[in-house]
Every structure is written in C-alpha cells, then in structure tokens.
Write a protein that binds this ligand. Structure first.
Ligand code: MN
Ligand code: MN
Length: 301
C-alpha cells in the first residue's frame, strides 16, 4: 500500500525526481540524435556523464529540459501561487538569454507570448512534441496530491507552447505517475496507470516496444515506459532509456524524474551526482523543499 504523506519520504522522492531529471538530461544530451547502434559501436553501453554531444556540453551541463522546468519552479516559488504569467515571463526571459538549446514548438509559443501576450497556443495537431511533458515536474510537485490541481497546472503550462490532445494525455499521465511514485505507489500500480493511458489512446502502446525514441511525445513515452517498467534500479531504467538514442536528453529527463520519484535519492549513483553542475543541483534542492512546502500535502505537515 501507499506510504502516504510521510514528509521525509515525500521530500526525498521529490528531490530524487528533480535531481534525476537533471541527470537524465545531462547524461542523455551526449548521445542525443544518435541511433542505438551508433551509440553501441561508439560506447558499448553508454553510462557516464561526460558532456559533449551535438551541443558540445560540459560534463554535467543541463539543457532546455531542465532549464524550462526551473523556469516553472522559480515562478511558483516567487509567486507562492500558480501564476501562468509568471511562468511565461520566465520562459520569455530564458529564451532571450540565448539558451544552449530550444525546441521549435517551444520557441514559437514563447515568441507568441512575447509578441501578443498569448498564454495559450491555438490547438495544433502537429504540436505533439515532448516539450510540454519534459518540463512539468514542478507543476506535479506543487499540486501534490491533488489530481484536479495537477491537471490544471500541467495543462496550462503545456498550452503556452503545445496545445495538442496527445501531448495533453501524455502530460497528465506522466503527472499522475509522478504523484503515485512520490506517495510510495508500487510499480504494478504505476503500470495500471500507464495501461489506462494506452486504453484511452492506443497509440501509446509500448508492448511490444518499437524502439523509436524521437521527440514525438508518443515515441518518447513508449521509450520511457518500456525502460522504466522493465528496469530494476534507477541506473538500469536510465541507462536503457538513453542508449535508445534519438531525443535522449528528453527521454532521459522524463525517465529520470519518474525513476527518481520511484526509487528515491539513495538509488541515484553517486558518480552521476558528483558530475552534475553544483549550482543547478543546489537550486533544485532548495526549490523542491519550497514546492513541497507550498503544495497541498506540504500544508498538512
Ligand atoms: Mn534538451
Ligand atoms: Mn531533447
């Protein structure tokens, strides 16, 4: 059963989710846009944070996935409430700061906010990239354990750039999985939740796994589900995911947040934490405490 609402346990899992996301981003970025066989011939199994990749990163440097999540987290912490304008303002300031990377759909949505104050992109059947899912973690932490708030925050932040039913379904399911994992849900329970998504949107079916790991949110979630549900440790889940290549920093970030929430800090390899950008980890640790303290569950403690 759920280990519900044990403060220490929830804080530990929430920290592991956020740190795990940043680690998945930094690890996967090295092999982003490579194929699984290119990774295998270059590295055997790729399992260390070494930087490089097409973005020529420093070891432990994160990309847009983590940076956009931090934008959402900072907006919540500063406002002490849910303010979509504050989120969009932070996205806008981030885009102007010439980030190391930014997806096309994200850029388009943020530009529309800058030019017209648009907080909700018009529905678009092509905007089914993974850019809304990759950054939703702060919205999941701040809404814990309220499912209605989760849906509201997750979708509102998504629609600044991605307004698409397939992206929406992935975002809600990912948020629900994170809530379940933070509250100590077993993998069988999480699996039922993922199967529920597949029942409503059969396109997400991940068994048998097709081996596609592109930036299309369906491929991304299939990859994360496949490796998360078969992995037996944080490391196994994440290594399997990024070795699939493709949009590996983003599949890594999403698998890292989910596996982090599920396995907790103890399970995250120290060699990975040591390689991470210290400033980013320090901000994450402080932010997570504040997000949980301001969430519905935090106000019960
Ligand atoms: Mn990225
Ligand atoms: Mn990416």
């Amino acid at each position: 059963m759920f280990n519900q609402f044990n403060r220490e346990d929830i804080s530990d899992r929430a920290r592991a989710a956020f740190v795990g996301m940043a680690i998945g981003d930094a690890l996967g970025a090295t092999v982003e846009f490579m194929t699984a066989s290119e990774i295998a011939s270059k590295y055997g199994t790729f399992r260390d944070i070494i930087g490089g990749g097409w973005l020529r990163l420093k070891p432990g440097q994160v990309t847009d996935d983590t940076e956009m999540a931090l934008c959402i987290g900072r907006a919540i912490v500063k406002s002490q409430t849910w303010s979509l304008e504050a989120v969009a303002d932070n996205f806008a300031a981030w885009l102007k700061s010439r980030p190391v990377d930014c997806g096309d759909t994200c850029r388009k949505g943020i530009r529309a906010y800058l030019l017209h104050g648009q907080l909700e992109s018009p529905p678009n059947e092509w905007d089914a990239g993974n850019g809304a899912a990759m950054r939703l973690l702060p919205a999941a932490l701040f809404s814990l354990p309220d499912e209605e708030l989760l849906k509201k925050y997750v979708l509102e932040q998504a629609h600044i750039t991605h307004n698409n039913p397939v992206s929406d379904a992935a975002c809600i399911c990912l948020g629900q999985l994170i809530h379940l994992a933070l509250c100590g849900g077993e993998k069988s329970r999480l699996r039922r939740q993922a199967d529920g998504l597949v029942a409503r949107f059969p396109t997400f079916v991940f068994e048998p796994y097709r081996g596609l790991a592109t930036g299309y949110v369906v491929d991304t979630m299939q990859t994360v589900f496949h490796w998360f549900f078969r992995g037996r440790s944080f490391e196994e889940c994440l290594v399997g995911t990024v070795n699939q290549g493709g949009d590996a920093d983003t599949t890594g970030a999403i698998c890292g947040m989910l596996a982090g929430a599920y396995y907790g800090m103890e399970a995250i390899p120290k060699r990975w934490i040591k390689k991470m950008d210290r400033t980013v980890i320090a901000e994450i640790e402080d932010m997570v405490e504040r997000l949980i303290a301001a969430s519905p569950v935090g106000r019960r403690f």
